[in-house]
Each structure stands twice: as structure tokens, then as C-alpha cells.
Design a protein around this ligand. Structure first.
Ligand SMILES: Cc1cc2nc3c(=O)[nH]c(=O)nc-3n(C[C@H](O)[C@H](O)[C@H](O)COP(=O)(O)O)c2cc1C
Length: 240
């Protein structure tokens, strides 16, 4: 009868040393870390390009009369013409074929039912109206919060949601707010979607927050926004 390894401890395979265990683990961790960095570096420009294209599409969706647009950076009290690679708080001015300003596309974000909802919305300084929006990011519940993109009655709020700047250019004349479904009385109120009041409220809050800050700044720099396109065309020697 042959001895089993149990009966003969000399035949047991030798256990690897702690050093070789730790060094193998270290090599695996290093390779994994390197792979993560490589994938991140590889996908970063692709993600950035996709985001740029999504923003580009959204700008022309919320400013349908625009045939071209320029990017401006907002800081404290100023608005400056910049190129598309600039980081920071950006706004987009849309122009028609005659280089007339047709409106401005602005970012807005706020807490919804599930998470932060991000929108790009169209604002027409000449009329003081918010005229529509595109959802850039949302994880709201299908059939509830997602109705902000499909509910015709809700979208009708933005035929012209009043967001006019006060005379002192300190803020909006009226606070934009969402009201319970069926109780809207004023053009600066948003009639909520019944059963999706939380997401509807988020839309009202984010428009008010963005409007109170950005619309006065736009009013204060309106001539820059209005003339930027034709000035840029002239400086490039292009015919008007
Ligand atoms: C599973 C589930 C998901 C929901 N998702 C949302 C949502 O994404 N947005 C929203 O406004 N309400 C959502 N609700 C409904 C809210 O809980 C709440 O009842 C509603 O917003 C209130 O609207 P009402 O006052 O018009 O009834 C959800 C409810 C449930 C049960």
C-alpha cells in the first residue's frame, strides 16, 4: 500500500513564500492599474468629443432659428468670447444668417427625483422668454420624471416662460416657480406634470437659479453678444 501525502508529510507540495505571494499580487495590481489608466486615457477624448457633439446638437435644438453660434465664458461679472476648448462656465449665443442674435443657450442643473438633472435651455433676451430645453443628463424614472421631455402640456409652458430681467439688472422681475398641475396663473409659472411634481419642481428651481444669475449678466453684455458674430466675420476678412 502506498503512503498518502497525509501519511507522508514530506511529499506535500511546498507552499509559496509570503514574499512571492505579495510580489505576484503587486504585479497583478500594477497591471490592473496600468490598464485602468490606459482605458481612461484612450476614452477621454472620445467622451469629450461625444459631449461636444451632444452640446452642439442641443444648442441648435433650443435655438432653432440659429444657423451659427459662438461660445462665451462667464466669470463673476463678465462675459468673454472664447474658443470651444475653453473650460469653465460657458454660454452659447446663436445667430441667424444675417449675424443677428436670435437667442442664447444656457446650462441649468438641479436635483430631481433620482439624481441631478442637467438641461440646456434657450433664452431670448429680446423677449425675456425661455423658449425650450433639451435634457443633457437625467436618470429620472421612465413614465414619471422622463415626461418632462414628452408631456405636451408641460412643454407648452415654454412657448414663452417669462424670465425678464428687472430694471436694475439685479435679477428677474418675477421668481420662476413650478405650481401644482392646473393652477398656473402667470407667464413666469410652470404648470407641473400631475404625478411627476418632483421633477417638474426641479425644472422650475433650476431655471430660476440660472435665470437670476445669468439673465442680468446677459442683459449687461447684450451689445457684445449682438455684435460678436459680425465683428468676428469682419476680423477674418469674410464677406457679410
Ligand atoms: C417608483 C417611483 C418612481 C418615481 N419617479 C418619479 C420621478 O422620476 N419624478 C417625479 O416627479 N416623481 C416620481 N415619482 C412620484 C413621486 O414620488 C411623487 O408621488 C410625485 O412626484 C408627486 O406628484 P403629485 O403631487 O402630482 O402626485 C415616482 C414614484 C414612484 C413610486
Amino acid at each position: 500500500m502506498t503512503d498518502s501525502p497525509k501519511n507522508n508529510p514530506k511529499e506535500l507540495p511546498a507552499l509559496p513564500s509570503s514574499f512571492s505571494l505579495v510580489s505576484t499580487l503587486g504585479v497583478v495590481a500594477m497591471i490592473s492599474g496600468l490598464l485602468v489608466v490606459l482605458v481612461y486615457e484612450y476614452t477621454k477624448p472620445i467622451i469629450a468629443e461625444n459631449q461636444r457633439l451632444a452640446t452642439e446638437r442641443a444648442i441648435f435644438k433650443v435655438l432653432p432659428q440659429a444657423s451659427s453660434r459662438l461660445t462665451f465664458k462667464v466669470s463673476q461679472e463678465s462675459i468673454k468670447l472664447v474658443d470651444d476648448k475653453t473650460k469653465g462656465e460657458l454660454i452659447y449665443a446663436g445667430y441667424d444668417r444675417h449675424d443677428e442674435l436670435v437667442g442664447v443657450a444656457l446650462n441649468a442643473a438641479g436635483q430631481g427625483y433620482q439624481d441631478i438633472v442637467k438641461l440646456l435651455y434657450g433664452y431670448v433676451p429680446a423677449t425675456g422668454c425661455i423658449t425650450g430645453y433639451d435634457v443633457l443628463k437625467s436618470t429620472e424614472t421612465p413614465g414619471f420624471g422622463t415626461k418632462i421631455t414628452t408631456d405636451a402640456a408641460f412643454l407648452a409652458n415654454f412657448d414663452c416662460l417669462e424670465a425678464t430681467v428687472d430694471q436694475e439688472q439685479n435679477g428677474l422681475i418675477n421668481v420662476i416657480k413650478t405650481v401644482r398641475h392646473g393652477t398656473k396663473k402667470n407667464p413666469w409659472e410652470i404648470d407641473a406634470i400631475s404625478g411627476s411634481t418632483i421633477t417638474s419642481n426641479a425644472v422650475g428651481r433650476m431655471f430660476n437659479q440660472s435665470g437670476q444669475k445669468l439673465h442680468p449678466l446677459i442683459a449687461g453684455h447684450l451689445s457684445l453678444l449682438q455684435s460678436a458674430k459680425s465683428l468676428k466675420r469682419d476680423s477674418h476678412g469674410q464677406p457679410n
